[in-house]
Design a protein around this ligand. Structure first.
Ligand SMILES: *Cc1c(COP(=O)(O)O)cnc(C)c1O
Length: 433
C-alpha cells in the first residue's frame, strides 16, 4: 500500500512504522521529526550479508556508507551487526570512534582528506584508507612514517562507466573529481608509485560508479573492468590484490515509478563475474567489499511535519506549507528529487487533489514535493514524507537559523530518541558576541 515496506495503516487510518502510530509520535516528540525503523535497517543489512554468504562464501565485507545517515547510535548498530563502515570525513570517523566502532573495519574515503584528518585516521587505527590521488599518497606516507606505522590502502579508480542516473550524482567517468582514471594510465601509475612507499601497504582497488542506480549491467561491467585492472596489476607490476571494493549506489523506491534491482541478484551476478574473471586473468579471488548507504537507511525513514497553511491559488496551484523543508530535506532543491507523502492522520483516505508541499524557508525553490495527489488537507494535519532515511538528516543545514529535528528510532512499538532536537541555544553555541 505504501512505497516503503516498513509502513502500514492502523484501524484509525493512522500511518504506522515500527509498531508505532506516527500521529502519536508527532504529538509526543513534536514536528518536524525524523523517524527510522530499526528492524528495517537491520533487515536491509542482513540482506546484503546473507547474499554475500550465499554466493561468495562470505569472503568479503558489507560496509555501510555512513554519509547516508551518521550518528553514534547508527554506528553502534552497524558495529553490532558486524558491518564495516565507510566514512568520508574526520567528523564521520570521530562519530564512529566515539560510538565504539571496531576501527579495523572502517574505510576512509574522500577526495581531499586534510593532513589533520589523515592523522586522526592513523591515530585511531582506521583499517583502510581509500586514497584518492598521488598527492594524498605522499602526505599519507609521511604521516604514517612519522607515527611509525604501516597503513593499508587502496585507490579509488574511475572505471569509466556511465551509470544512468541524475547527472549531479554521477561519478565514475573520467570527468570526475574522484579518483584516478583507468583509461589514461593514471591508475596503474598510481599503484606503481604506491608500492614504493615504505609505510603503505597496497591491499585493494575501489570504485563507486554512482548513486540511485536501477540497472544491474553497470555494476557487472564495473566488476569486470576492475577485475581486468587487478589482472593488469598482477601481470605488469606483480601486485597481488586482496580486496575488490565495488562501492555502493543501489537504487531504492522513492515513488511508485522506481523499480530497484534485487540486491540479492546483484550480489549473485557480481560474484559470478568476479569468479569468472579471476580464473580468466589467473589471479586470486579477491574479497568483495560493497558500500550500500541509501539502500540500508532510506526506506527505513520518514519525516513527519505539521501542516501550517493551505494556500489555494485558483487555476494555478495549491501550496501546502509544512514546518520543515530544505533545512531537513535539501534533496528537492539540490536534485529535484521525487518523494511520496502520506497524510499520517488520514493514511487511507482517497487521494483527490493535486497539491505542492512547500517548506518554510525563504527560497521559492524550497519545496518537498511538487504536484502530488493527496487527500483533502487541513491545517494541523500530520504529513509524512516517505523514504527520507538517507541524505536528509546527514544533509540538513541551519538555513534561516532553523534548528534541526530530532531522530527517533522505532522498533516493536517502542520509540527512542537517538538524536536530540536542537534548541535555539544550540544554534548560538559557537557564536561570539
Ligand atoms: C556515496 C558513496 C557510497 C554510498 O552510495 P549509496 O548510493 O548511498 O549506496 C558508497 N561509497 C562511496 C565511495 C560513496 O561515495
Amino acid at each position: 500500500m505504501f512505497v516503503s515496506e516498513c509502513l502500514s495503516a492502523n484501524e484509525n487510518g493512522h500511518l504506522m512504522i515500527g509498531g508505532c502510530d506516527t500521529v502519536e509520535l508527532a504529538k509526543q516528540f513534536g514536528t518536524p521529526l525524523y523517524v527510522m525503523d530499526e528492524s528495517d535497517i537491520i533487515k536491509n543489512c542482513k540482506l546484503y550479508q546473507e547474499s554475500l554468504n550465499r554466493y561468495y562464501d562470505g569472503n568479503g565485507l558489507v560496509l555501510y556508507a555512513s554519509k547516508a545517515f551518521s550518528c553514534m547510535y547508527m554506528c553502534k548498530l552497524m558495529n553490532d551487526l558486524g558491518m564495516g563502515l565507510d566514512v568520508v570525513s574526520g567528523g564521520e570517523l570521530y562519530t564512529a570512534w566515539k560510538a565504539g566502532f571496531d576501527m579495523s573495519r572502517v574505510y576512509f574515503h574522500g577526495n581531499n582528506k586534510t593532513d589533520d584528518e589523515l592523522k586522526l585516521a592513523v591515530e585511531h587505527k582506521v583499517g583502510t584508507i581509500v586514497v584518492d590521488n598521488v598527492d594524498e599518497l605522499e602526505r599519507l606516507n609521511r604521516i604514517a612514517s612519522e607515527k611509525d606505522v604501516v597503513v593499508r590502502i587502496m585507490f579509488r579508480i574511475k572505471p569509466g562507466i556511465d551509470a544512468h542516473t541524475h547527472s549531479f550524482i554521477q561519478t565514475g567517468q573520467i570527468d570526475s573529481k574522484f579518483g584516478v582514471a583507468l583509461e589514461n594510465g593514471e591508475a596503474i601509475e598510481a599503484y606503481r608509485r604506491a608500492v614504493e612507499y615504505s609505510h603503505l601497504k597496497v591491499m585493494g582497488v575501489h570504485c563507486h560508479i554512482g548513486s540511485q542506480i536501477f540497472d544491474l549491467e553497470p555494476f557487472k561491467l564495473a566488476a569486470k573492468v576492475m577485475m581486468n585492472f587487478i589482472g593488469d596489476l598482477h601481470d605488469k607490476l606483480n601486485i597481488e590484490i586482496e580486496e575488490l571494493n565495488l562501492g555502493g549506489g543501489y537504487g531504492i523506491k522513492y515513488t511508485e515509478e522506481d523499480q530497484p534491482i534485487n540486491y540479492d541478484a546483484y550480489i549473485q551476478a557480481v560474484s559470478e563475474v568476479v569468479k569468472q574473471m579471476a580464473q580468466e586473468r589467473g589471479v586470486n579471488l579477491p574479497k568483495i567489499m560493497m558500500e550500500p548507504g541509501r539502500s540500508i537507511v532510506a526506506p527505513a525513514g520518514i519525516t513527519l511535519y505539521t501542516v501550517g497553511g493551505v494556500k489555494e491559488i485558483k487555476d494555478v496551484r495549491t501550496y501546502v506549507s509544512v514546518d520543515g523543508g530544505m533545512i531537513d530535506n535539501p534533496r528537492y532543491i539540490l536534485y529535484e528529487s521525487k518523494y511520496d507523502a502520506v497524510l499520517a492522520n488520514k493514511a487511507t483516505a482517497p487521494r483527490e487533489n493535486v497539491v505542492t508541499i512547500a517548506g518554510k524557508c525563504c527560497e521559492s525553490g524550497d519545496l518537498l514535493i511538487k504536484d502530488i495527489k493527496m487527500p483533502h488537507i487541513e491545517v494541523g494535519d500530520t504529513l509524512a514524507v516517505l523514504a527520507t532515511g538517507a541524505y536528509n538528516y546527514s544533509m540538513a543545514s541551519h538555513y534561516n537559523r532553523i534548528p534541526n529535528p530530532p531522530v527517533i528510532m522505532v522498533k516493536d512499538g517502542q520509540a527512542k530518541e537517538i538524536v536530540r532536537r536542537e534548541s535555539y541555544e544550540d544554534l548560538l553555541r559557537n557564536d561570539i558576541l
